[in-house]
Design a protein around this ligand. Sequence first.
Ligand code: SAM
Length: 212
Amino acid sequence: MYEFEREELVKNLIRKGIKGKEILNAILKVERHNFIPKSMWKDAYLDTALPIGYEQTISQPYTVAVMTEALEVKKGDKILEIGTGSGYQAAILSRMGAQVFSIERNYQLYLLVRKRFDDLGIHAALKYGDGTIGWSEVSPFDGIIVTAGSPDIPQTLVRQLKNRGKMVIPVGNKYEQDMVIIEKIDDNKISKKVIPHFAFVKLIGREGWKKE
Ligand code: SAM
């Protein structure tokens, strides 16, 4: 279902500058319509964010592609996602062969995605809670992807990265953020790159925004 629309979406992403074969292949294969309410299926393969209820969104496919490319995911990498949302980003990472851990602070979304992953046969470890403090029991990670906008870089997450691990996180104010790509060189040193102009819902938690 919707194969043609997915092919068109991939062509659109290539035109916008996405080059990674693995991420493009995952976007071609993962059925985005399964991650949104049925009333919006006709818009599933537009390159836009869409509402998923609870004032949250499934990210724009271009944003998913940029963030995933920046993580430089390899098969078998252990990746932590903060903000499971619809589960689409986690499904993309899983399709690329990553070992995925994902945390969501909205209990209803967490339950919904647990059932969705069971139904679709997607393997990822899901947790309900505040992702700004990471998942220490299963750390360190090769990569961390934060899919909500943060006022700062949560230092607990940096500590849960392996040396040479990468973190991708939108950082800024409540309306606009820069995508910050961090590489942890060692315990005392990180390198940073920035891609400007993204807009995410808020990362709310101990090391994020304090209020809804
Ligand atoms: N990655 C998602 C997807 O593929 O559909 C999109 C995520 S949506 C833009 C942001 C999500 O982050 C929301 O579901 C929100 O509830 C969640 N969130 C916000 N603060 C969080 C936190 N501290 N820990 C975990 N999840 C959080």
